[in-house]
Design a protein around this ligand. Structure first.
Ligand SMILES: [Zn+2]
Length: 349
């Protein structure tokens, strides 16, 4: 049986909107709200929140087979205000593994605890070429030297505090989304692209009048980038967990932007043989272009669940994302292959 078709326009529109919502880990609720609103359009799906703030959606089906679950995360890298300097600028502390050089000169929003949004940008602390010359180029891009210049009149700690900025306020880097020629370039496609894959799969099934063969949970996690997103929230009755998260593209990797990848091993170890075998069979049956790969510096939310004691068969699939945790890029071919694999899995008899 052919898989239902994917509404690419819907996929791209949803993804671009989601990418444009700032959601660093710990400050991800606007993105959770957005996904909840979208999923609520599908009346067959019941949506709840975990205490931790993740979104748990259930598509209930009558079946003798126990439920399965899929997970992806909306939280992203980001930063918080660490110190207010005597000159009024901000020292910031990373959320997750952002690479400082990749955000140098990037625009940011600072979200104050009282709900104000203040604009700024990230620079090194000796940025002026006319003052520091070669010194600027030689400065290490480190916690010590990166600062936020605020687009408001302040030259002192006091004036910055008067703007309403405080230690611990969220700092979100501009996503800079561009869609060109089948490519989507943005931070942070990890893992918003895969949230869009899940939503697009729900839309495809709904549009074609189909449904999963068994009950399915979707956990949209909000703490993945710090290592424990899906450690809670997967119901006990779930027997298989498919983690949908980006595949690693770059030198030495098998993954690319035009395929979906089945991750066999990452920093957290090896995934589940039986579930991997099932996924490979489905890919073969449906002509889904996929690679297998090993990721050098990578841990997944599925592994977080395993480590927390979750007793499920576990696998990890996802679209190839070039330059991950940097200025990321994906292609519609790899993204569609991912949605198709999800569809094949949901429809598996
Ligand atoms: Zn991720």
């Amino acid at each position: 049986m052919a898989l239902p078709s994917i509404d690419e326009k819907y996929f791209t529109g949803f993804l671009v909107d989601l990418l444009n919502i700032a959601s660093p880990t710990g400050f991800a609720s606007p993105a959770i709200d957005f996904v909840e609103k979208e999923l609520s359009k599908y009346k067959q799906i019941q949506v709840t929140r975990t205490r931790k703030g993740a979104l748990l959606a259930k598509w209930e089906m009558k079946s003798d087979l126990p439920p399965i679950a899929l997970t992806a995360h909306v939280d992203t890298l980001g930063a918080v205000v660490k110190e207010i300097k005597p000159n009024g600028r901000l020292k910031i502390s990373k959320i997750g593994g952002i690479q400082w050089p990749s955000v140098e000169t990037e625009g940011v929003w600072i979200f104050t605890a009282k709900g104000k949004r203040i604009r700024g940008s990230v620079l090194i602390d000796n940025a002026s070429g006319h003052i520091f010359g070669q010194g600027g180029a030689d400065t290490p891009r480190s916690d010590e030297h990166m600062e936020v210049r605020i687009d408001a009149r302040t030259t002192s700690e006091k004036e910055t505090r008067q703007l309403g900025i405080n230690i611990g306020d969220c700092v979100a880097f501009d996503p800079r989304v561009e869609v060109t020629n089948g490519f989507i370039r943005s931070r942070f496609l990890d893992d918003k692209a895969c949230v869009a894959n899940l939503i697009a799969a729900v839309k495809s099934l709904t549009d074609s009048g189909q449904a999963p063969t068994r009950s399915v949970y979707f956990l949209i996690a909000n703490y993945e980038e710090v290592g424990h997103g899906a450690s809670a929230g997967i119901p006990d009755e779930v027997v298989e967990l498919l983690t949908v998260d980006m595949a690693v593209v770059g030198r030495g990797q098998e993954s690319d932007e035009f395929n979906v990848t089945l991750c066999i091993k990452d920093s957290g170890g090896v995934y589940h043989e039986g579930l991997n075998r099932k996924l490979r069979a489905l890919a073969g049956q449906h002509g889904i272009p996929y690679k297998t790969d090993v990721y050098p510096f990578y841990g997944s939310d599925g592994e977080a669940f395993w480590r927390a004691g979750g007793d499920v068969a576990l696998a990890l699939i996802g679209p190839g994302i070039d330059a991950s945790h940097n200025y990321e890029r994906a292609h519609m071919d790899g993204l569609n292959a991912t949605t198709n694999w999800i569809l094949a899995y949901l429809l598996e008899k």
